[in-house]
Ligand binder design. Structure first.
Ligand code: SF4
Length: 433
């Protein structure tokens, strides 16, 4: 039976600042047009590229994502709207399916806070899976605006960097053409530097969580990570991530644990169930177990990834010895960031996945791995069963559960509870009072 050790815990001091910055960035996103800026519809926009045009707002195809994930009936109504428009459930990513519903209901251009309508100027995607690329095309047709998709080839090497940098250069010319705006290479360069730096910091923050006890859990990290997705090109996010890194190091020095107990450390692989994110964490917590690492939690970082799939923190911008003097310099560095260092653009490299999962569990000192067999994701699921075998061969116990990231109809509470509880008990844990 596992030994139950109590550790001191305390709330993250940066939490309030994180919430303020998130609010600021969301507000700025919807206020961009009023300030004479642009709005871009996207799941995964290449932020620094658009920053060369000046102020811009990033709109999700489904801007009511957070509300929908809190309100099951609302989420269901969006899925049903997509079904009714001839996009059958199960044939596409479950999050994208819900986006389609919001778009069908005309919500993509409606500010979730004020309710006012604000059109988008174009659709731009950096594609990391086929659902995202297809969604851009459908959105372009539905919203009546032009679209462009950057193809990131899930390969590295000089040819891949050249290929992506050339596409980015085309995208800049295309944005100038469709918006009629002037493009500022110095704004691009500043945004690329911030983009690199915030991601390098996120990798370092993730590494700090190798400490025992872990200073934070993956849920806390998920909340902090949103700032990267919304505004990683923005200096405020770089500065904030430096604050987070400092606080993480201080928590380790003080022996502060995420939850006050750590009977067992786990990786979580796969997207979370966004509509019930806390479910498996609360269940694990009842046994004193903590999720400390996982692909989704760390994938906004800038990593050096070796051929065997091991991740180590990539260089900070200052260590590169580069200055970005031209558009070409900036685009080449951004292409390197995507091609060489961003895990999300390698999530279909099946040869790396088994090693990646094993190293992550070992390097973050985990006792087991929980794998989400996400029937709503047709991309990241590739290779998970092979990775599971590799984990078991390495002596790391695993469990899988089946659900989907964006559709609660695919989630059975009782089934997942049974699977996870049996697993935790197999690890020698007992329910704590
Ligand atoms: S990677 Fe999976 S969850 Fe993400 S957009 Fe693609 S299909 Fe959806």
């Amino acid at each position: 039976m596992a030994i139950v050790t109590s550790y001191p815990t305390r709330p993250l001091e940066c939490w309030k600042k994180m919430k303020e910055l998130r609010r600021e960035l969301f507000k700025a996103s919807w206020g961009a047009k009023e300030m004479g800026g642009l709005a871009v519809a996207t799941q995964n926009v290449a932020h620094p590229l658009v920053a060369g045009l000046g102020v811009f707002g990033r709109r999700l195809y489904g801007p009511y994502f957070s509300k929908a994930m809190r309100e099951p009936d609302t989420l269901l109504s969006y899925h049903q709207a997509a079904d009714a428009r001839g996009f059958p459930r199960g044939e596409m990513c479950s999050s994208m399916h819900h986006y389609l519903g919001e778009m069908a209901l005309g919500l993509t251009t409606v500010d979730p806070v004020s309710g006012s309508t604000s059109p988008v100027d174009f659709v731009l995607e950096a594609q990391f899976c086929h659902s995202v690329g297809k969604m851009a095309q459908i959105a372009s047709e539905a919203l009546g605006v032009p679209h462009k998709v950057l193809d990131i080839p899930q390969q590295d090497g000089a040819a891949a960097v050249d290929y992506v940098a050339a596409q980015m250069a085309d995208a800049v010319d295309w944005m100038v053409k469709v918006t009629g705006r002037e493009y500022h290479d110095e704004w691009l360069a500043a945004a690329v530097e911030n983009w690199w730096e915030h991601a390098a910091l996120w990798a370092q923050i993730s590494l700090v969580n190798q400490a025992v006890p872990a200073p934070v859990d993956v849920r806390m990290m998920g909340a902090l990570e949103i700032l990267s997705i919304v505004g990683g090109h923005d200096r405020r996010v770089v500065d904030f991530f430096q604050i987070v890194l400092d606080e993480m190091n201080a928590r380790v020095a003080d022996g502060i644990a995420a939850n006050g107990m750590e009977t067992c450390r786990l990786t979580h692989e796969g997207e979370p169930m966004y509509y019930d994110e806390g479910f498996i964490h609360k269940l694990a917590h009842r046994y004193g177990a903590v999720f400390v690492a996982g692909f989704v939690t760390f994938c906004q970082g800038l990593w050096n990834i070796d051929e065997g799939g091991r991740w180590t923190a990539g260089p900070r911008f200052g260590d590169l010895g580069l200055s970005l003097r031209s558009r070409e310099d900036a685009l080449r560095l951004l292409a390197r960031c995507y091609v060489e260092h961003s895990p999300i653009y390698r999530c279909q490299r099946l040869e790396e996945k088994p090693g990646e999962y094993v190293y992550r569990a070992q390097d973050w000192h985990c006792d087991g791995a929980v794998l989400h067999m996400d029937i709503g994701c047709h991309s990241q699921g590739a290779g998970v069963l092979e990775a599971r075998q590799a984990l078991e061969r390495a002596g790391i116990p695993t469990v899988t559960y089946e659900a989907s990231n964006g559709d609660p109809r695919d989630f059975s509470h009782s089934q997942v509870t049974d699977q996870l509880e049996s697993f935790l008990e197999r690890l020698g844990l007992v329910r704590l009072e």
